[in-house]
Design a protein. Sequence first.
Lengths: 180, 258
Amino acid sequence: MKEREDSEVVKRCLAGETDAFGEIVDRYQKVVFNAVVRMINDADDAQDVAQTVFIKAYENLNSYNPQYKFFSWLYKIAVNEGLNFIRHRKHTDELDVNTRSSDRSPEEAITESELSEPLDKAMKDLKEEYRTVIVMKHLLGLSYKEMSDLLSVPEKTIKSRLFSARQILKDRMIRAKSRM
Amino acid sequence: MIDERYIGLMHAKLDGEIIGSKDSVEIEQFLSSSAEGKKYFQELSQLFDQVGKMPMLEPPTTFKEDVMSSLPAPEHHRHAVADHSPLRSFFRAATWGYAVAFCAGILAGVAMYSLAVPKHAAGETANLSGTMSSRTVDEFGVGGHGPIKIANGSGSYTVRYGQGRVAVEVTMKSSKPLNIRIEYDPQSIAYHAMTDIQASENIMTPGTNFVQLRHTGEDTYLVIFDVKTATANALQLSVASDTDVLFTNTLPAVNPNS
């Protein structure tokens, strides 16, 4: 069970076995990296922010409570780091389209690229607060309650942001489809 | 124009955050009666699907190496390990007087328990969570059993009744991910414990009035509830895909034959 394995790795790290943390990085680097990329819209900066997420997680492993899921704890650090970056950013860079795509076949990648291009653009155009909730829900699988706790806003606000964000994405996708 | 409440329920349904069988029934009825609502729901489902299929970027190949080379030395954790064990925290904080009083309390509790509670039969279940490990499944008499027939999968459920408890065992085999959910009335029933028999990666989410898990492949789950009153409301078992409820059944919380 992944949660049990995570707890074991955490114990080994806390016992001084630093290399064990590599298992955590292997397991979560992709989702953390992608969540941060989507949040901050910049693949280069996302690399630094995602690395900071793992380093902060390691530094604070002693504050992780094993009663809770490790990945939820890690994802919360990722969201916080993403938000911190956004707050301090002076300018917005374009998403690096040259970043390598994942392990999909060329046919799949082309089809998905065609399908997701309008969605990618629509995501990038979303207000940051809308994009953040979409990432938290759809990429990280956080619940309304977890999102509310993390962003320090009522669940009602989370739902409202999610509904508005989805409405915008839905409208843009319908418009993009009608132009194809 | 769709009522905002239904829009909220449609989002909550796709988010797996519908709470309460009343909402579940209400949204199903709305979707089967409103063409506009059905269209909105289909578009929303498509959006969920598209967002879920957005290509995942691969982190740079040096990512792990960069992280590992930036970690502080192992000594960092040596003197700062937080202990979340309530027992150890208690002993660390308490004086010896408290510790002695605590041990005496434990001994008294064990003595009272052995006098008051009859011995259980064999059949301890090894990997049950919560306080369920001290119970035996054998003490629950079978109260009901039935098949779960859905497209792309099959399964069964068994309801067992014990003293002040009801246990629901669900076995599912499916080629696609499913949401298995049991709703209950928190006024008369309390969630007690759950085990994933095969200890797979399927994860349970306990809510205020439901337990739910994301099921994939083949697995058996056992959920136990404490039943507070003899007139407790029934449990609602449902199996759903991300878009549709595929199976529902009402399971009496109290043995109807007793």
